[in-house]
Design a protein around this ligand. Structure first.
Ligand SMILES: [Zn+2]
Length: 190
């Protein structure tokens, strides 16, 4: 039995030469990708790629948890991100999932404007620094920050090249506060 792998929306899980797209996946140009955050499994009998949603047992956020979050909006002094997964816990999250990342908690170096480091739609790995009265996040450590992002012009994935992120489709370059395993991440890390 193969080990279940956690995948993000849009992530490649297989190819149309190997498998058919099943629940939670779609096929585009011969590549089968996940439509949702979930666990990737193969239906061997029907040769289908399947991404099952993470089970719906609620989990409460705790201070010190490492989470995956999707950036919702970037303001002048903070970033608002939706916590979508607690690493190490294959469960959905109960309670408040709306996290705030203050500009001073983004990086160890000085950040003037959060929009130079994050963009809406980015998937980030962050640490929970406070749960109540509001969920606060931080991405200062080297292994925290953006793990996946799309080109703001054409929505293709951005690829890390030297210290910048580059779009292979339109050659646009963008910067981010990325995690050191950007583009090569292990969602079970930590
Ligand atoms: Zn582009």
């Amino acid at each position: 039995m193969m080990e279940k792998k956690i995948v993000l929306p849009g992530e490649q899980v297989s190819t149309s030469e190997e498998l058919l797209p099943g629940n939670g996946t779609f096929e585009e140009d011969g590549i089968i990708r996940a439509t949702r955050l979930g666990t990737y499994t193969v239906d061997e009998k029907h040769k289908k790629a399947i991404v099952n949603p993470l089970t719906s047992i609620p989990v409460e956020l705790k201070r010190g948890d490492i989470v995956l979050a999707e950036v919702n909006s970037v303001r002048s002094n903070m970033v608002i991100a939706d916590v979508i997964h607690v690493i190490g816990k294959k469960r959905t999250i109960s309670g408040d999932t709306n996290g705030t990342l203050r500009v001073s908690e983004i990086s160890n170096s000085y950040t003037k404007d959060p929009s130079t480091e994050f963009a809406p739609g980015d998937i980030i790995r962050a640490k929970v620094t406070q749960v109540k009265p509001s969920v606060q996040l931080a991405t200062k450590d080297r292994d925290l920050g953006v793990i996946k992002s799309m080109c703001s012009k054409c929505r293709h994935p951005l690829v890390k090249k030297d210290k910048i992120l580059e779009c292979k489709n339109c050659n646009n370059t963008e910067r981010r506060k990325y995690a050191d395993d950007y583009g090569n991440y292990d969602l079970k890390k930590f």
